[in-house]
Design a binder for this molecule. Structure first.
Ligand code: PSV
Ligand code: MN
Ligand code: MN
Length: 388
C-alpha cells in the first residue's frame, strides 16, 4: 500500500472527469439495443443520474450533451437544473451521423445545400453553448467512403477546412472546437478525419481556439496512444480526451477495464506534459454500458481514472530520469513498473473519507436506494438512449 503525499493529494483534489449524457441511456450494438429498468427518459433524468456519480466520488463535476439527443426548449433552464444538482453542463457534441442527407458526407459533402445544413447544425450547437455556458464544441464526423475511387478524398479535405472555418468564425470568447478523429467506422475504406495528424492539420489551420480530441478507442490495434498524447501536448494541441477501453474496435467499454497499463501510460504522459489539471485539456468519458448497470458503470470508470492517475503521480521522476540518462534500460523499466504495480486503493479510500466522501463509492451508491427509486418511478415513457 502507498501513502499519498500532500502534493499528490491536492493534485487529485482538482481532478474532474466529464460524463457523457448518453452513458445513462440505453445502448447496444448494431444487433440490438438493450433496455434496462430505470433508464432516463429525458435529458434531465440523465443529468440527475450523472449527478449521483459526482455525489459519491467527487470526481465528475460536469456532463456533456449530444445534440439532438439532448435537445430541449430551454437550455438556460437545463443549466440551472444541473447546477442545482451540483454539476455543470460541459461539452456540446454535434451529430451529423443520423440524418439521411448525410449518407455521403456532411461537412465534406459536395452538395452545397447539404454542407450548409451541416454547418448550420454546428452553429446551432454554438448557440446552445452560449446558453449552457459550455466551452467546447466537439465535432466527430462519420464521413468517408467504402470503396477506392468512390470519392475525391483531397477535395473533401478542402471542403472540410472551409466548413470548419465557417464554424470557427462563430465562436465567441473562450469557446473552442475540439476535432475528434477515428480511423474507421462507419466508413470502411477511408475516413475524412482518420488520425491525429489530420485533425491537427485541420485545427492548426483554424487557430488557437481549435484543438484535437483524442478518443482512446479510435486507433488501430497496437497503436502507441501515449506517444500521440505526448506529441499533442508538446504541440499545445491536445484539447480533450474521450476515455473508454476496447478489445477489438470502438468498443466503448469501461475505461481501464481492458488495459489498465495503457491507461497508466497515457496518464504518465499527461502528467509529464503538464496536462493534468491543465484547464486546456478536458477529461471526458465516452462510453456505453450495454449490459452492466449504468450509474455504477460510470462510478467504476471515474475511479479507474483516479486510481491510474494516483499510480502515475507516484512515479519517481528523478530516479527515472537518472536511469534514462545512464541508458539503464532495466533500471528505468523497474522505476516505471514500480509505480504501476503500487496498489493505491486503500490510500484513496482514506483520502476520500478525509474529504467527506464514502470510502467505497460503489458500495455507498448500492446502499443509497437511488437505483430502486428510479426503477419504480421511471416506468413507461420513451427510454432515452443512443440515437433517441
Ligand atoms: C464516435 O465513435 C464517438 O466516439 C464520438 O465521440 C461520438 O460523438 C460518440 O462516439 C457518441 O456516439
Ligand atoms: Mn468519442
Ligand atoms: Mn467512438
Amino acid at each position: 500500500m502507498s501513502t499519498l503525499s500532500p502534493d499528490i493529494q491536492s493534485t487529485l483534489a482538482q481532478q474532474g472527469i466529464e460524463l457523457p449524457s448518453w452513458a445513462f441511456g440505453n445502448s447496444g450494438t448494431r444487433f440490438r439495443v438493450w433496455t434496462t429498468e430505470g433508464t432516463p427518459r429525458d435529458p434531465r433524468e440523465k443529468i440527475a443520474d450523472a449527478a449521483q456519480v459526482n455525489k459519491f466520488t467527487g470526481l465528475a463535476p460536469s456532463v456533456a450533451l449530444h445534440i439532438p439527443w439532448d435537445k430541449v426548449d430551454d437550455y438556460a433552464a437545463l443549466r440551472s437544473y444541473a447546477e442545482d444538482l451540483g454539476v455543470k453542463l460541459g461539452t456540446i457534441n454535434s451529430n451529423t451521423f443520423q440524418d439521411e442527407d448525410y449518407k455521403f458526407g456532411a461537412l465534406t459533402h459536395e452538395n452545397e445545400a447539404i454542407r450548409r445544413k451541416a454547418i448550420a447544425h454546428h452553429l446551432e450547437c454554438i448557440d446552445i453553448m452560449d446558453a449552457t455556458g459550455s466551452r467546447d464544441l466537439k465535432i466527430w464526423l462519420a464521413e468517408g467512403s467504402n470503396y477506392p475511387g468512390q470519392t475525391d478524398m483531397r477535395a473533401r479535405q478542402d471542403r472540410l477546412q472551409d466548413s470548419l472555418q465557417q464554424i470557427y468564425a462563430r465562436l465567441t470568447g473562450e469557446q473552442r472546437i475540439v476535432l475528434e478523429y477515428k480511423f474507421f467506422e462507419p466508413s470502411f475504406y477511408h475516413t475524412d478525419v482518420p488520425d491525429w495528424g489530420t485533425s491537427y492539420v485541420q485545427v492548426a489551420a483554424l487557430g488557437e481556439q481549435a484543438m484535437v480530441c483524442l478518443d482512446t478507442g479510435h486507433h488501430a490495434p497496437g497503436t502507441n496512444i501515449e506517444f500521440i498524447v505526448m506529441q499533442l501536448l508538446r504541440l499545445g494541441k491536445l484539447g480533450s480526451f474521450d476515455f473508454n477501453s476496447r478489445f477489438y474496435a470502438d468498443d466503448d467499454l469501461i475505461v481501464g477495464a481492458a488495459d489498465p497499463f495503457q491507461l497508466f501510460r497515457i496518464l504518465y504522459e499527461v502528467i509529464r506534459g503538464g496536462g493534468l489539471n491543465n484547464p486546456d485539456v478536458a477529461f471526458m468519458l465516452d462510453q456505453c454500458h450495454n449490459i452492466e448497470a449504468k450509474i455504477p458503470g460510470q462510478i467504476r470508470s471515474v475511479l479507474n481514472v483516479q486510481e491510474m492517475t494516483a499510480r502515475a503521480l507516484l512515479l519517481d521522476h528523478d530516479a527515472l530520469a537518472a536511469a534514462q540518462s545512464a541508458n539503464d534500460v532495466l533500471g528505468a523499466q523497474a522505476v516505471f513498473m514500480d509505480a504501476f504495480y503500487t496498489d493505491v486503493r486503500p490510500a484513496l479510500a482514506e483520502w476520500r473519507e478525509s474529504r467527506g466522501l464514502p470510502a467505497d463509492p460503489m458500495a455507498a451508491f448500492a446502499a443509497s436506494g437511488y437505483q430502486e427509486k428510479i426503477e419504480s418511478e421511471r416506468v413507461g415513457g420513451t427510454q432515452a438512449g443512443w440515437g433517441a
